[in-house]
Every structure is written in C-alpha cells, then in structure tokens.
Design a protein around this ligand. Structure first.
Ligand SMILES: Cc1ncc(COP(=O)(O)O)c(C=O)c1O
Length: 400
C-alpha cells in the first residue's frame, strides 16, 4: 500500500492543525506549476529580489565552502558576524551594543521564536494591519488571539497615537510593529515609534520591531527602535532584502542578553545552527553594505514609484505613494471581484502572480499586494496585466 492510497493519517496536534503558512508561497507553487507546463508567468507575489548580490558575498561563500567551513556553527550565530552587526548598531545609535546583544537566525524564524519565548497559548498579540503573513501564521501555530488594529489608506497606512492606544488598551502580551512596512511601504515616524516603545515599557508588553525593510526607506529617514533600547523590545532584521540573498536564510535579532540567550537555545532546539558558509558570506557583505544598499534603494524607489503611478493612473486601482522597499498594497474594491478570485483569474488568464490582501489580515479582502523587486521589464509587464484585468472586470475597454 502506498502513502497516497491510505485513507487518512492519525489526527494532527492542535498546533499541527493550526499551521497556515504564507499564502505567497502557495501562489508561487501554483505559478511554477504553470511554468512547468511551458507558460511564462510574471512573478509579483513574493518579495524575492532579483538584483545580483554583492560579489564579495558570493566569493566569500564559495571560498568558505572550498575551505571546508561546512561543520556546525555556534547556536547564537558566528561570533564575528554578531560583532559586526553590533558594531554597526553601536555606530548608528551610540548605544553600547556588543555581540551578546545579537543573535543570528533567519528573520522569519525569529518571528516564531520571539512569540514562542514570550507568549503562552490564548495570550493576545496586537498587530497593526495589514500585517506580514508570518505574524498571523506564527500566532495561529502557537494559539494566540490576534488583536487586529487597522491602519487606514486615508492616512497613508501610518501609525498614529489612536492606534497605539487601541493596541495597548487590548492588554496584549506582545505587539509587533513593522516599519518600513510590508505590504504598505509606509515608514512610521520617530515620535510614534518612541511612543509605542514607551507605552509597551510602561505596560510591560513585549515588543517586536521588525525592521527588515528599514534600510530601504526612501520616503524619510527610517527610525530604528535600536535607538531607544528597552528590556522587553526586540529588534529584528534580515540580510535577505538588503543583500538580495533570501536563499541564505540569514537575519538577526538585537535585544537584551537574556533574550538573546533564549533565542540561541531556541535555534539550537529547532535547527541546531545556521550554516557557517552563509554567515561568512554575510560577514564579507558587512563592509560593502552601505554602497550596495544605496543601489538597491534607488532601484526600488524608481521601479516602485513607476508602478504606483501606472496603478493610480489606471482609473480603478489605487495605492498609497510608496515610501520604502518594493511592495504596493493595491485597493481593488472598484473592480467587483474579491482578492482570491482576482488573484486566481490574474494567474489563469494573464499569467501574473500576486498575493491576495487577506493574507495580511482577514479584513483586507479587497486588496492585493504587488512585489516590484523582480526583473524590471517583467515587473512592468506584470503591473500592465494587473491593470488590464481590472479594466476588463470594471467594464473599461482595454486598448490592444
Ligand atoms: C516584514 C518581514 N519580516 C520578516 C521577513 C522574513 O525575512 P526572511 O525571508 O529573511 O526570513 C519578511 C520576508 O519577506 C518580511 O517581509
């Protein structure tokens, strides 16, 4: 008897039942199925940067493998990389960051690790929505009650005092804040981030500041919560988008040494450690980060702004002016199809993959997210196809 012909498995645990994953990976799988049938698909579903990574990183990684750095690594990450990250934050913030304040782990895993370490099942987690799908997935897996605090398009999806009050009033165990934001691109102001950190400290609420796209802010200078450290705040970032190396699965957390020690134990429990050669590659990238990130930032600024302009000119679709990164959160309410159906139709009839809005919170089913970090010509063609479908559905005649 094969596995496929077995009627069913045994029942899964509650945590197993509550695994939801990230919708954009499911969309990518459907898109790749079409590609295997020989169709060309425009990939706007994942934040999967297609720029070439810095050669220093690639060379150092290959060299590290040739030098047989293929054994186990320390559970909290390669000491030299932790030191390099700490140095960078010490210079940026003036605070005495050292290696003991840094843990190396994949950013996506760090979200789960943070919630796992700080929250018990049925605790409340406050999210400002729309919010990155992994926050919802990790909360569901652990069994947390999510308090969704919506931000509004009218306000450019910025964080305001009223929303901070609403989040704190719900008496959550933890809050996650994400500036620069995925999916809206909004960069929150320094006074609002400081207020949130202060309120969380006063009310003894854990705070995760996800700063994965902070360096890619082109709206105004990005403010890192590493600049006002509190014992219960954890700053998270990733090398994936900064160096265009998501497959390296390398990110880091900056926090109180007690939290860092717990994160290291968590990593050793879950995956033992990260590969040495990818960490050595990232270490080589630290010295070329500023000029490389500047190139990525100006590329993102130009392409994302061009896409936003085309979308807002289209008549039926709307999105906020982007302030960072490479995402647009597009309001499709005028086209008359909800997000899932729109995305399915877009993939089937226009060979273009985007992410449904409800992946960022159940209330956002009249939106889609577009990622603009692919090859520029493909991204522009994908956006043209999104607009074409919206115009077909909205009854506007499409030019040939
Ligand atoms: C806001 C945010 N946080 C965390 C992550 C996870 O980053 P990584 O893929 O480097 O683990 C992502 C990835 O897209 C993200 O958008």
């Amino acid at each position: 008897m094969t596995h496929a012909s077995l009627p069913t498995t045994l029942p899964f645990s509650l945590r197993g039942q509550h695994l939801v994953g990230q919708e954009m990976f499911k969309v990518m799988e459907r898109a790749q199925k079409l590609e295997r049938q020989g169709k060309q698909v425009y990939h706007l579903e994942l934040g999967n940067p297609r720029m070439a990574p810095p050669p220093d990183i690639v060379d150092a990684t290959i060299e590290a493998i040739r030098a047989k750095h293929v054994g186990y690594a320390p559970m909290g990450g390669l000491l030299e990389l932790r030191e390099a990250v700490a140095d960078r934050y010490r210079h940026r913030t003036g605070h005495e960051y050292e290696a003991r304040h840094v843990a190396i782990s994949p950013a996506n895993l760090l979200i789960s690790q943070f919630l796992d370490l700080t929250c018990n099942p049925r605790d409340r987690l406050a999210l400002f929505t729309p919010a990155f799908p992994s926050y919802w997935a990790a909360a569901s897996h652990i069994g947390l009650d999510v308090i969704a605090v919506p931000l509004t398009a009218e306000n450019g999806f910025h964080l305001g005092e009223a929303q901070i009050d609403e989040a704190v009033a719900a008496r959550p165990k933890a809050v996650i804040v994400n500036s620069a934001n995925n999916p809206t691109g909004a960069v929150y102001t320094r006074p609002m981030l400081e207020l949130l950190a202060r309120r969380c400290e006063e009310e003894r609420i854990w705070l995760l500041s996800d700063e994965t796209y902070g360096e890619l802010s082109f709206g105004w200078p990005f403010f890192s919560l590493a600049s006002c450290p509190t014992p219960q705040a954890v700053v998270l970032s990733s090398f994936s988008k900064l160096f265009s190396i998501p497959g390296y699965r390398t990110g880091y957390a900056l926090a109180h040494p007690d939290v860092i020690n717990k994160l290291a134990l968590s990593t050793s429990t879950l995956i033992s450690c990260l590969p040495l050669f990818t960490q050595l590659g990232c270490l080589a990238g630290m010295s070329v980060m500023e000029p490389y990130v500047e190139k990525v930032r100006s590329h993102c600024n130009r392409v994302t702004a061009a896409c936003a302009e085309a979308i807002n000119r289209s008549g039926l679709l709307r999105c906020a002016a982007p302030e960072s990164g490479f995402y647009l959160f597009v309001d499709i309410s005028a086209v008359g199809l909800e997000d899932m159906a729109f995305c399915r139709r877009l993939l089937d009839s226009h060979q273009t993959a985007v992410t449904p809005g409800r992946s960022f919170g159940p209330a956002w089913d009249t939106a889609i997210r577009i990622a603009t970090c692919g090859q520029e010509a493909d991204v522009m063609e994908g956006v043209r196809r999104v607009i074409a479908l919206s115009q077909e559905l909205g009854g506007i005649r499409v030019a040939a």
